[in-house]
Write a protein that binds this ligand. Structure first.
Ligand code: ADP
Length: 262
């Protein structure tokens, strides 16, 4: 429990640090981008080379903006637009997107039982979670394998909550995402949600994928667990709270105190 508390505190301070940098960096990018746009508008056909350069710079700025966006998601400073979401529907839609890009040697399997209660979530962010987990799973299965997505309705009782510092007692939808890839050793597993932690070669990984997943899940008052075994595969369990009308008030109070802390 001590270790979990330390981990949770570490993520809080890393989040604050990343959020501060991302916020300022975002402002700088806006200034650069705005000025570039003006330059592009003013350049004429004789300056085609200049225009080309401007477009190249603009592409780099877009990439930098994506990184900043992921840092903002990790630090929970990104804006979110929550609505009532049918998680199964969201999973199906996102897997359609994934299916188009994932190689044929990877089979996508789903177990999505009917009748799950809705959750309060930002659909774009839920999609982001699945896409990030999917892209990591794909990277972990270069020779193919299985990508399995399951949902279940679960009540977490007092005993479970005692073992998981971020969790509150109540009803959740558990989204389980597994792959049969190369898995992770304990050292990797311990740092998997840290921003900028990556085992991928330079240019292939940013180390922000799982950090932003972590931030999104925490911004939804949920929590995430990762289980992995080298050579066997990896499983993520994401618990999304089911928001009942009665609990709504309590949730809002919780959010206010969180903002106070920040
Ligand atoms: P990135 O993908 O840019 O490296 P992430 O934050 O998404 O950043 O992942 C961090 C690291 O966690 C990866 O570099 C990899 O070592 C490990 N990892 C994440 N997902 C998996 C997975 N499904 N199987 C094995 N290792 C994984």
């Amino acid at each position: 429990l001590q270790a979990q508390l330390a981990q949770s505190n570490k993520m809080e301070s890393l989040g604050r640090l990343a959020g501060g940098i991302a916020h300022d960096f975002n402002n700088v990018l806006h200034v650069i981008s705005g000025n570039l746009e003006m330059m592009a508008l003013r350049s004429n056909s004789q300056q085609a080379v200049g225009l080309n350069r401007i477009q190249t710079i603009q592409k780099s700025i877009d990439r930098a903006s994506q990184l900043v966006q992921q840092m903002l998601l990790f630090s929970r400073k990104a804006e979110s637009y929550k609505q009532s979401v049918d998680l199964n529907e969201e999973v199906e839609q996102t897997l359609h997107i994934l299916e188009r890009s994932v190689p044929k040697m990877i089979s996508i399997e789903t177990f999505l039982p009917d009748g799950l209660p809705p959750i309060s979530a930002d659909p774009v962010q839920v999609e982001q979670v699945l896409l990030n987990l999917g892209s990591n799973a794909e990277a972990a299965m270069p020779a193919g394998g299985r990508f399995i997505v399951e949902t279940s309705d679960i009540f977490l009782d007092h005993d479970f909550v005692r073992m998981h510092t971020e969790a509150k007692e109540g009803r959740y939808i558990c989204l389980s995402v597994s792959d049969t890839g190369h898995g992770m050793d304990d050292k990797t597993l311990n740092h998997v949600f840290d921003p900028f932690f990556t085992t991928k070669e330079i240019g292939k990984g940013t180390g922000l994928g799982l950090a932003s997943v972590y931030g999104i899940v925490r911004a939804h008052d949920g929590f995430i667990r990762c289980y992995s075994e080298p050579g066997k595969g990896t499983t993520f369990h994401i618990y999304w709270p089911v928001v009942s009308t009665q609990k709504d008030g309590a949730k809002q109070k919780g959010q206010m105190s969180h903002q106070d802390l920040e």
